[in-house]
Design a binder for this molecule. Sequence first.
Ligand SMILES: [Zn+2]
Length: 271
Amino acid sequence: MSLSAKYNMKSPGVKRLMREAMELANPTEEYYACPLDDNLFEWHFTVRGPPGTEFEGGCYHGRILLPSQYPMQPPNIILLTPNGRFEVNKKICLSISGHHPESWQPSWSIRTALLALIAFMPTSAAGTIGSLDYTAEERQLLARKSTNWECATCGRASERLTAAGGSPELTQEESSLLKQIALKAEEDTNRKEPNVEQKEDSPSSQTNRENPEIRQRVIPSTNDVDSSLNTADSLLQDSVDRTNKDKMWAVVIWLLLSIIILLLIRRLFFL
Ligand SMILES: [Zn+2]
């Protein structure tokens, strides 16, 4: 590979992708990805269907397209193997892929994206972009067929994974990240439901602070989040503060009222 001759090795994106390529050089049981020989910004990957789901036994191959601003912008994932969960040859919609650039963090990686993809496979398609709602039987059939599927560039995809062992353990950060990603998917599908809360989100609307779902988001996002999330969280924090202030005033008013009533009773009965 003459990548070092072709790319500016001082570019942070190139450095980062070279590092990730080294880290991912050894196939694992669950995933494998490497850049194309002639293009560091396009990778091909193979992931194994998660055990205990209708994708068990399946091997799914696809492309990862990296924007020139990677890792400041998220990778796009395109599946090539028919799987019944994601459309093939179409950029798919994970919370952390290109359709949701606002939720991508530069500290995430291609490995993170692949782990998220595996975690997403058994979740409900719920009409998100590039999703398919096949039955379990259809998906099981596609999983069996997928082991013979061949990529024009890489050959038989299933041969790119190791048979057993060797997957690096999830780090603490990765497993908490995967939980966040799942949460984001649920929020996204909730957002598609009829109520257009998003639109009514003016500062005067008081309903938000009563919404437990929105308040939950304040708690998990203690790690460094991007500025858009930060502003959203500070808005939420504001409304939580306001709720506390309202409560304080209610207590003060109740105290004053009870003092007045006590004084009235004393006046009427004891004087
Ligand atoms: Zn390939």
